[in-house]
Ligand binder design. Structure first.
Ligand SMILES: Cc1cc2nc3c(=O)[nH]c(=O)nc-3n(C[C@H](O)[C@H](O)[C@H](O)COP(=O)(O)OP(=O)(O)OC[C@H]3O[C@@H](n4cnc5c(N)ncnc54)[C@H](O)[C@@H]3O)c2cc1C
Length: 471
């Protein structure tokens, strides 16, 4: 009996897992493995953060139990060199085939290329599968066979290509032949140096499926109307599941289509569009790997950024004096998730108002987010900074006051995360620095004492930012 090794990376599920299903179809015994890459996945590296680590490890625990039912032991390797560790395990188990689902980030691609080279020398076959996307990076191209760099035509071409076969599920992985090998225990986040955190949504494949079901049953129809209001539960919160692969992209797109995304249901249509953004950013990062550290638009690489440590610290400590920005930062730090509208507002504020390079914010979000995904994070930051593919033009600088008044008029969201502003009247909730001194003492919020004075004047900062870009 031969043994196939399946390497789990960001596909923590037994249903609709293309590579795992293929491994199980082989009729051989299957062993699964996950690598804790300590260059990324420990608290001291400052990379994978506490929320994502907790979400992943708890999801892996559920996955390991589900795999036992399929006779597949999940091994855990803790290493600084996953390729070497995987191949050593493969050698020990006399494995001839390793299955994996494709990844699209530059560092992962380089690692997989090395795996293929080294495995070949050992006579091991690497079988990699399309799984995390509906369409491969080369499947949706312009008429001249180039990658799209603007979202709208990409989306049109993507939709035109979508057919029944694109959503074909790999089903539940079949039971494999029994192998006398025990699963390894899944470490606690604390053993990797992470502080204990409370996840805002339940991890694991079962919870992911339930969340998708609830969203499509009760919220998707109103998604286009509710999705920009951070105080309301109008979005799916499936991002951490999509990033860990506890929910598959096919399950999500199929759910959107079933709810009328292609037949004029506004909510489902808009939600599908967001899923296409995810794929667009993967495609962009794949074709333009330099964008993970430098701007897509080379003309803006000449710009210099103030990167003032005090201002960056004020932003990161929720002490900018702009309630919508500070409440958003508290949301991400207290839950590991931030509403999309607030990601845009805070990212624009850091890059434009505080004159900070987008890469600094991108790295902080990496540590804070439970749904961190390099392609989407880089894409979102570059969009906000005005340096990306389909970026907001540099002269469009979000006004945090107007944004707050538009999407959180009564300050419901702001007050949820900034209890110090609980008694500030609605008229001043987004501009507390304008409160007369008497009112400040009446509502128990002295500006500069109970809540910070604003660290920058948005109107002046906006003019400066636009002038800088104009050159
Ligand atoms: C500065 C910035 C940083 C971001 N960093 C990340 C990140 O690290 N990981 C991440 O998954 N998303 C990121 N996003 C995109 C978006 O904010 C989140 O995907 C979304 O808020 C997640 O909440 P949700 O699952 O409720 O989304 P929903 O509104 O329910 O959307 C469904 C799914 O579509 C995808 N999606 C939605 N909006 C976007 C978008 N603008 N770009 C790409 N995919 C999208 C996500 O997978 C999301 O789960 C970032 C956006 C910005 C502006």
């Amino acid at each position: 009996m031969r043994t196939v090794l399946h390497w789990f990376r960001r596909d923590f599920r037994v249903r609709d897992n293309t590579a795992l299903a293929a491994a199980c179809r082989s009729g051989d015994s299957v062993v699964a493995v996950f690598c804790i890459d300590t260059r990324w996945f420990t608290a001291s590296t400052g990379k994978t953060g506490a929320y994502q680590a907790a979400f992943w490890l708890k999801s892996l625990r559920e996955l390991s139990a589900a795999l036992v039912d399929l006779n597949i032991p999940l091994k855990i390797l803790t290493t600084t060199d996953p390729v070497q560790a995987i191949l050593a395990l493969a050698k020990r188990l006399n494995v001839r085939t390793i299955t994996l689902n494709k990844e699209y980030e530059p560092a992962q691609i380089a690692q997989d290329q090395r795996l293929v080279r080294e495995a070949e020398k050992m006579g091991i076959d690497i079988k990699s599968f399309k799984d995390a996307v509906i369409f491969e990076t080369f499947e949706v191209l312009t008429g001249t066979d180039n990658p799209y760099t603007i979202f709208s035509p990409y989306k049109r071409a993507w939709l035109a290509k979508l057919g029944q076969s694109s959503l074909q599920s790999a089903g539940l992985a079949a039971k494999s032949a029994v192998i006398p090998l025990a699963a390894d225990p899944i470490p606690d986040p604390e053993s990797l140096g992470y502080p204990a955190v409370t996840l805002p949504i339940a991890p694991g494949e079962c919870a992911g499926a339930a969340l998708l079901q609830t969203f499509t049953d009760t919220k998707i129809g109103l998604y286009h109307k509710e999705r920009d209001i951070p105080a309301r539960p109008g979005v799916s919160q499936l991002s951490a599941h999509l990033a860990a692969g506890t929910v598959s992209i096919r399950q999500c797109v199929a759910a959107a289509v079933n709810q009328g995304a292609l037949a004029g249901n506004g909510g489902a249509e808009t939600w599908l569009s967001e899923l296409i953004w995810r794929e667009f950013y993967r495609m962009v990062l794949f074709h333009y790997p330099h964008t993970c550290h430098s701007g897509f638009q080379k003309k803006y690489e000449r710009l210099t950024w103030e990167n003032n440590p005090e201002l960056i610290a004020a932003w990161g400590n929720a002490r900018t004096g702009y309630p919508i920005v500070d409440a958003a930062i508290r949301q991400i730090q207290q839950t590991g998730w931030m509403h999309n509208r607030l990601r845009m507002i805070t990212a624009m504020f850091l890059t434009k108002d505080l004159d900070t390079h987008w890469r600094i914010g991108e790295q902080l979000f990496m540590q804070w987010l439970m749904d961190y995904d390099q392609a989407s994070n880089v894409g979102g930051w570059q969009w906000s900074a005005g340096t990306g593919t389909d970026a907001a033009p540099y002269f469009r600088v979000m006004n945090p006051i107007l944004q707050a008044q538009r999407f959180d008029l009564a300050g419901t969201f702001v007050k949820r995360y900034l209890p110090e502003l609980a008694n500030v009247p609605e008229d001043f909730i987004h501009t507390p620095w304008e409160m007369p001194p008497l009112l400040q003492s009446q509502c128990g919020c002295i500006i500069g004492q109970d809540y910070p004075t604003r660290i920058v004047d948005h109107a002046a900062a906006r003019i400066k930012a636009i002038a800088k870009f104009r050159g």
